[in-house]
Design a protein around this ligand. Sequence first.
Ligand code: OFO
Length: 165
Amino acid sequence: RISPALEKALNDQVTLEAYSAQMYLMLACWADENQLDGVKDFMMKHSQEERIHMAKIIEYIQERGGTVTIDAIAKPEPKPQNVLECFESVLKQEIENTTAIYKLVKMSMDEEDWASWNFMQWLVAEQREEEKLALDLLDKVKLAGGENMSNTAKFELNKAIGDTQ
Ligand code: OFO
């Protein structure tokens, strides 16, 4: 069975994944309001991915005899002012998620709970991919002009982001 400390930390992670899903939803709605359908598709897909992370952690807590507590989710930060701010929030959120996951990995190692350590490796790999993607997209946004992006650049970028997996 997982320890009470790990159970609490995993439950906090469930809430953080739910928060991330909400944040991606907020960004998807912002993109829709700004006629950026490619960005919207990307954000909707990632919101769904965060919900998958959340569900997997819930299942893991249950599998290890723990109890899941479903907590309130904080309101996502205000909508961005432009595409640059939008992707800066994505990177910031993913870095926050990675930091939280590393704490869980460290905890499971300190407790010598190797099943939890092993479970967490999947999340570590996932975060590595997501941070890379967020960084790549932010680079593209900057290359397209950042805050001062022309409408043509925005059009092209939106298409490229929509095609991103
Ligand atoms: Fe984007 O990450 Fe979940 O954890």
